[in-house]
Each structure stands twice: as C-alpha cells, then as structure tokens.
Write a protein that binds this ligand. Structure first.
Ligand code: C2E
Ligand code: MG
Ligand code: MG
Ligand code: MG
Length: 283
C-alpha cells in the first residue's frame, strides 16, 4: 500500500494510523456489546472519616469484566468511551448501579460517583441523576458526585449553573484529583464545594518531600476556609496516615484502608462493623 501512495509523507504512518483506527473501532464495538451484555461492574473503595475512624462510605469505581482479557481497569476504556460518546450511556449505568447499591446500605453511608467532563457537558445529566435517585430511592444527601478541575477549563458559564442545580437537589459535589489540573483556584470562590480530594501524587512523597507537606497544609487551609471536607487519596502506609491525620484531614482513602472491592465484600465490611482502619491494620 505504501508503494501506491503518491505522497511520500504518508508512506510511514498511514498503516500505523489505520491499525490504531481499527483497534479503536473494535474497542468501540466491544464497549457497546459490554453494555448490552452487562460486562461492567462497580467496585467499592472504603472512605474513612478520621474524627471517629469510622466508615464514611465508598467510592464506586468501574471495571470491565472482559470475557477474554479479564478485569479491565477504567483507564483502558474510559478515554475511548469519552471520545465515542459512549460514556453517556456507561455513565448512566454507573449512576443507577451505584445508587442502587448504596440504597441497601445504612443511611449514614455515602456513595461517591465519578463523572467525566463529557457527562458534565451533556444536557441529559440532571435528568439522569434525578431518575437514578428516583428509581433507587437513595436520599440525594448520600450521593456525592466527583468532578475534576478540568470542568472549569472551558465554559465556566455552563458549569456553574449545572453545579448549582445539582446542589439544589441536595447532592454533594467533590473536586477529585485536586492539585493536578491546570485551572485557577478562583473557581473555589464561585462555587461552594462540599469536598476536596487531594490527589494521591501529593500523598505519596509526604514522608520525605517538604514540598508535598506544604501543599498538603495549604489544602487543609483551603478546605477549612471554604467549609469543605478534605480527603486525602492514595494512602498506602501507616506513616502517611499518621501525617495526614496530624495535618487535620477529615477523611482518608487508599489501599491501607481498603482496596476497591466487590459489592458483597463491601456489604461484609459494613456488617462487620469494625473500622476499616482496624481491618487494614490486620490485613
Ligand atoms: P479516581 O477517581 O481518582 O479514583 C482513584 C483511583 O486510585 C482508583 O483507580 C483507585 O483504585 C486508585 N487508588 C485508590 N487508592 C489507592 C492507593 O492507595 N494507591 C494507588 N496506587 N492507587 C489507589 P481506578 O479504579 O483504576 O480508577 C482510575 C480512574 O478512572 C479514577 O480515578 C477515575 O478518574 C476514573 N473512573 C473510575 N470509575 C469511573 C466511572 O465510573 N466513571 C468515570 N467517568 N470515571 C471513572
Ligand atoms: Mg474519584
Ligand atoms: Mg482521585
Ligand atoms: Mg483520577
């Protein structure tokens, strides 16, 4: 095919581009099928509140149970789902499924759901959220929506009214991966977020890197100034937990406290009644 190609500049990368396009095409078809066949599942990672070391709730994290490839992590299919628009349907499923699971838990437990910017930009979002709550009977106060700072990169005029509308439903709104985006901090003044989730990249070096400690402190300050809950993501060691507790974070999440787990395991954790801190320390 390269020989027939008239322009030499195309010669080398055309086949590669075609392969990539074919791969995407196949993946897209497979994702459609996955939706129809019910191959997606949610795993639930515990969130611990540090005032009493109790379970505050879970974050729902999607996985694709692929018949051949096994359990596929979100980073390997969410970006394609976003490009093809399939994220809208997948996101609807996630919302409904997460609300359904949480509705069976005790009322003090919350469920956090990740939203991609595409979902946030799509005009069906509000209706989708309302119907997920209606269908499952979950109190809106128990649903927390996680968005990233990228929501503010463009179109603040559209973002703010939508956030306010969600808030009017009494849903909680969290900023995910805080500190990794490119947006300015001014959006913090424009909207009263309920929670700030500090990205785990700032947690991982906290034992040794004074820069990370400075950022951690600034985030706790921002949280208390704006009356937002502060959560530190990606806690893997006892030392990190001690440091972040001492700095005044309200909540923590990470492998030390529990990995994302199946619904039945989450249920067992809830019924066991023990603090995930103790479970984590034992395991
Ligand atoms: P995220 O929302 O920041 O979720 C946290 C990610 O960090 C999860 O990866 C989780 O398994 C991982 N994690 C938690 N604790 C630790 C730890 O102590 N150490 C390390 N190394 N990692 C930890 P996961 O499940 O692979 O999800 C990756 C990202 O995919 C999520 O980041 C989120 O942005 C996206 N995602 C997941 N589920 C959904 C979904 O239902 N919808 C959308 N739109 N995005 C999703
Ligand atoms: Mg998240
Ligand atoms: Mg995060
Ligand atoms: Mg993330």
């Amino acid at each position: 095919a390269a020989k027939e190609s008239g322009r030499s500049t195309y010669r080398f990368y055309v086949p590669e581009m075609r392969l990539e396009a074919e791969r995407r095409h196949m993946l897209t078809a497979e994702l459609h099928e996955a939706l129809l066949k019910g191959q997606f599942e949610l795993h639930y990672q515990p969130i611990v509140q540090l005032d009493d070391d109790g379970l505050a709730g879970f974050e729902a994290l999607i996985r694709w149970r692929h018949p051949v490839r096994g359990l596929v992590p979100p980073m390997e299919f969410i970006p394609i789902a976003e490009e093809t628009g399939l994220i809208i349907q997948i996101g609807e499923w996630v919302l409904r499924e997460a609300c359904r699971a949480a509705a069976a838990w005790p009322n003090h437990l919350k469920i956090a759901v990740n939203l991609s910017v595409c979902q946030f930009r799509h005009n069906s979002l509000l209706a989708t959220v309302v119907s997920a709550l209606d269908e499952t009977g979950l109190f809106p106060e128990r649903l927390e929506i996680e968005i990233t700072e990228s929501v503010f990169l463009a179109d603040v005029e559209q973002s703010l009214p939508l956030l306010r509308a969600l808030k009017e439903l009494r849903i909680r709104i969290a900023i995910d991966d805080f500190g990794t985006g490119y947006s300015s901090l001014s959006y913090l003044r424009a909207f009263a977020f309920d929670k700030i989730k500090l990205d785990r990249s700032f947690v991982s070096g906290i034992e040794t890197d004074p820069g990370n400690l400075a950022i951690v402190r600034a985030v706790v300050g921002i949280g208390s100034g704006f009356n937002a809950t502060t959560l530190a993501e990606g806690i893997e060691t006892e030392e990190q937990l001690q440091k972040l507790r001492a700095e005044g974070f309200s909540e923590v999440q990470g492998f030390l406290l529990g990995r994302p787990m199946l619904q039945a395991e989450a249920q067992a954790l809830i019924e066991g009644g023990a603090s995930p801190l103790l479970v984590g320390a034992r395991g």
